[in-house]
Design a protein around this ligand. Structure first.
Ligand SMILES: Nc1nc2c(ncn2[C@@H]2O[C@H](COP(=O)(O)OP(=O)(O)OP(=O)(O)O)[C@@H](O)[C@H]2O)c(=O)[nH]1
Ligand SMILES: [Mg+2]
Length: 372
C-alpha cells in the first residue's frame, strides 16, 4: 500500500481536528494558491481542517481575497498590535481549540501536501514533527548560492546546543495542542518560532521529515539582515533560559577573549606610536578592562543594567585587580611545584578568570531577578 493510502486509512479511522496556522504579511498572491492546495489535501483525506491566516495588517487586499473565497474553514485574523512573525504564530496557536496544530509559511516554499505526514507521526512520545531541508532525503532549490547556504549552516550550528535538529530554522512543523498549552514563558524575538516552542514546551522527542524547499514565486521574502540579528538575540535569550549561569559564563568567556584581542591590538598600536613600553602596557590593560566591563554589562550580565554604572565599574576594576593577584600567586605556586611556566600560567589565568566571573556574577552584577 502507498504511504498516502496508509495515511488516508489512518485519518479516516481517527479523524483528528487540525488547525493550520499561517503567519502572513503581504502574501496576497500566495493566499489563494495556498488555500487551493490545502483544499486538495482536505478533500483528499476528508480532514476536519481549519486554516488560520494570521495577518499583520498587510493592507494589500489579503482580507478581501479571503472574503471572496467564502470558505467557512478559512479565516484571516488582522493583527495590529505586537506585529511580528513569531507572535503571529503564537497568537494563532492560542486561538486554536483543535487537537493538532500545524505551522507553515504562506509562500509555498514547503509543500502543503506534506502536512498529513507530519501530523500522522505525532504521538504520545513524539512532541514535534519538523519538515526539514537538511535531514536525509531533504533538499533545497538548486540556485542556493554559497553565501545563502553558509548563512543557513552557521545559523543551524549556533542552535545545536539548544536542540538536536538538522533544521532548527524550519517554519514547517506540527505539534499536539496539549504540548503547546503546557508551554510557558514565551518570549520570542524575530522570526524563528520553532526553537522557542521546542524549549518552552519542553519538547524532548522530535522527529524530522525530509522536505523539498523551493524558492518563493510570488511576493517578497521578509528575511532581512535585521531579522538575522534578531535571530542571534533570540538564541541568546534561549541559551540563558536553558543554561542559566552557564550561559553567563559562556558570554563572560567570549567577552574575555575579545578583551584579550583588544589588549594586544591597543598595545601594538601604542608601541607603534612610540609610547614608552611600561605606559603602553598600562594603557592597554585599562582599555581592555573598560572594554570587558562595557560588554559584560551589556551582554553577560545585562539583567543588572538598571543598577549604578559607577558602582559596578569600581567593583569590576577592584575584582579584576584581586583576580590578577590570585593569578600571580597561583602561577608562582604551581611553577615552584611543577617547574613548567606555561602550564602554571594557564592554571593561574583559569583561577583568576573563575574568581573574576564569580565576583562579577554574584557580587558586582548581582540581581534577584534575572531577565534576558
Ligand atoms: N504575521 C506576520 N507574518 C510574517 C511576518 N514576516 C513574515 N511573515 C510571514 O511568515 C512567512 C515566512 O516569511 P518569509 O518571508 O517567507 O521568510 P522565510 O520563509 O523564513 O525566508 P525565505 O526563505 O526567504 O522565504 C510568510 O508567510 C510571511 O508572509 C510578520 O512580521 N508578521
Ligand atoms: Mg519563505
Amino acid at each position: 500500500m502507498r504511504a498516502s493510502a496508509i495515511l488516508k486509512s489512518e485519518f479516516s479511522s481517527i479523524c483528528p481536528s487540525i488547525t493550520v496556522v499561517v503567519p502572513t504579511y503581504r502574501e496576497v498572491e500566495n493566499i489563494p494558491r495556498l488555500v487551493a492546495r490545502l483544499q486538495g489535501v482536505r478533500d483528499d483525506f476528508g480532514l476536519d481542517l481549519e486554516l488560520l491566516l494570521m495577518d499583520d495588517d498587510s493592507r494589500d487586499g489579503s482580507d478581501k481575497v479571503v472574503e471572496t473565497l467564502m470558505l467557512p474553514w478559512v479565516s484571516l485574523v488582522t493583527r495590529t498590535t505586537n506585529r511580528s512573525l513569531s507572535y503571529a504564530v503564537l497568537d494563532g496557536l492560542m486561538r486554536s481549540q483543535r487537537d493538532l496544530l500545524v505551522v507553515m509559511g504562506a509562500d509555498l516554499s514547503v509543500p502543503p501536501e506534506k502536512f498529513p505526514e507530519l501530523v500522522a507521526l505525532l504521538g504520545d512520545n513524539v512532541h514535534v514533527v519538523v519538515g526539514s531541508r537538511f535531514t536525509e532525503g531533504g533538499s533545497t532549490a538548486d540556485d542556493w548560492g554559497v553565501p545563502r547556504w553558509l548563512n543557513s549552516r552557521v545559523a543551524t550550528l549556533m542552535a545545536l546546543p539548544l536542540a538536536r535538529l538538522s533544521d532548527p530554522m524550519s517554519g514547517f512543523f506540527a505539534m499536539r495542542r496539549s504540548t503547546f498549552i503546557a508551554g510557558q514563558d514565551f518570549n520570542p524575538v524575530g522570526y524563528k518560532i520553532l526553537l522557542e516552542l521546542i524549549l518552552k514546551c519542553r519538547c524532548s522527542h522530535i522527529v524530522e521529515v525530509p522536505i523539498h524547499f523551493d524558492n518563493r514565486r510570488f511576493g517578497k521574502s521578509k528575511l532581512s539582515f535585521g531579522e538575522q540579528l534578531r535571530y542571534v538575540q533570540h538564541l541568546r535569550r534561549l541559551y540563558i533560559y536553558k543554561y542559566g549561569t552557564w550561559s553567563h559564563l559562556g558570554q563572560f568567556l567570549v567577552v574575555g577573549i575579545s578583551g584579550l584581542i583588544v589588549n594586544l591590538l591597543a598595545l601594538t598600536l601604542l608601541l607603534r606610536l612610540q609610547v614608552p613600553g611600561k605606559l603602553a602596557v598600562v594603557i592597554a590593560i585599562a582599555v581592555s578592562m573598560l572594554w570587558n566591563f562595557a560588554f559584560n554589562r551589556r551582554f553577560s550580565f545585562s539583567y543588572a543594567r538598571d543598577q549604578s554604572i559607577v558602582g559596578q565599574l569600581i567593583g569590576f576594576v577592584a575584582a579584576c585587580s584581586v583576580g590578577a593577584v590570585f593569578n600571580y600567586f597561583v602561577t608562582m605556586g604551581f611553577w615552584a611545584v611543577f617547574s613548567h611556566k606555561q602550564f602554571s600560567a594557564f592554571i593561574g589565568v583559569a583561577v583568576g578568570t573563575v574568581f573574576n566571573f564569580m565576583s562579577s556574577r554574584f557580587v558586582i552584577f548581582r540581581s534577584k531577578y534575572i531577565r534576558s
